[in-house]
Design a protein around this ligand. Structure first.
Ligand code: GRG
Length: 291
């Protein structure tokens, strides 16, 4: 099957599982489930869950067992997008092709929907029965570190409160804000399948390369992409006076770095010694993406 078909099939399976996580049950607190569903269920590319499932399979797992973690990654990612769009952060009114969560549900409910997605994500990870408990525990700890101070939150703190005036600091911030969750996707896939330390370390290096390329393309799309395709207005970075790879390196150097990082990621995949064709195609596709 061609890569587009494989990704579409993954997306359908992931979406059908995400769809049952926040049922509307006639309770007085249903609004937070509605707001969580609103942001979670439409428009995302599902890159992180797909990476987790592919790395899980690459290391010998049967992907049906890993869907709780795959969904959890998408939930944590969606929480970060909801909070990132709030007026106290980037103040963006559109996300995934529709009004941001706080525009549709108000700021307090958007804050709670983000909290809800984060909390329930760890609940479904902990409820994973089909994988040995020590692997589940190790993966939860890895995911928590990637989402917390030493990962995505740490990156967001640097992004929102530190003056970024050099490349080293910019890429440290990207490594935390963007790469950490992508790294968690790849590494949790390996951990859950029982992969050894060498494979964990290869997955980390792969994801670091992919994550930097991914963020550079995100910067380029924000500066010159097509808003109707991306699903949110462009120019958010310049509106917020953000230093990005495009402003610091210039368009050409940024593009060539994204291409080098993509090639680096693909070379690392070859060291796994298994079927990495889907991962390779996905990695290449992300460099060429328009949304
Ligand atoms: C608020 C805790 C907190 C963190 C915010 C992840 C993040 C940090 C902010 C979101 C905005 C941003 C530019 C993040 C960098 C990672 C990134 C490029 C996210 C967009 O991910 P995609 O392209 O989005 O996978 P979809 O909608 O396809 O899932």
């Amino acid at each position: 099957m061609m890569i587009d078909g494989i990704l579409r099939e993954y997306k359908l399976k992931i979406d059908s599982r995400l769809d049952i996580i926040f049922p509307i049950t006639g309770q007085p607190y249903d609004t937070v489930s509605e707001a969580s569903r609103y942001s979670l269920l439409e428009g995302g590319k599902r890159i992180r869950p797909i990476l987790l499932l592919e790395f899980y399979k690459l290391c010998g797992g049967n992907d049906d067992c890993a869907y709780n973690f795959a969904c959890a990654l998408e939930m944590i990612h969606t929480y970060s997008l909801i909070h990132d769009d709030l007026p106290c952060m980037d103040n963006d009114d559109m996300r995934r092709g529709k009004p941001s969560c706080h525009i549709a549900y108000g700021e307090s409910m958007a804050l709670l929907a983000g909290d809800n997605l984060l909390t329930e994500a760890f609940k479904i990870c902990a409820k994973t029965q089909s994988i040995p408990a020590e692997r589940v525990n190790k993966a939860i700890a890895y995911l928590a570190s990637a989402a917390g101070t030493t990962g995505m939150i740490g990156g967001q703190v640097i992004d929102t409160s530190v003056k970024i005036d050099n490349e080293q600091l910019l890429f440290t911030m990207y490594s935390l804000k963007t790469c950490a969750l992508i790294r968690a996707a790849a590494v949790c896939g390996v951990i859950l399948a029982g992969g050894d330390d060498k494979k964990i370390s290869l997955a980390e290096s792969y994801a670091e390369n992919l994550g930097i390329a991914f963020q550079i393309i995100d910067d380029l799309l924000d500066s010159e992409g097509e808003a109707s395709i991306i699903g949110k207005p462009t120019g958010s970075d310049s509106k917020n006076d953000k230093v990005t790879s495009v402003t610091l390196l210039g368009r050409e150097r940024a593009l060539s770095m994204a291409s080098d990082m993509t090639n680096g990621a693909i070379e690392i995949l070859d060291q796994f010694g298994g079927d990495v064709e889907v991962l390779k195609e996905l990695t290449k596709l992300l460099l060429k993406r328009d949304r």
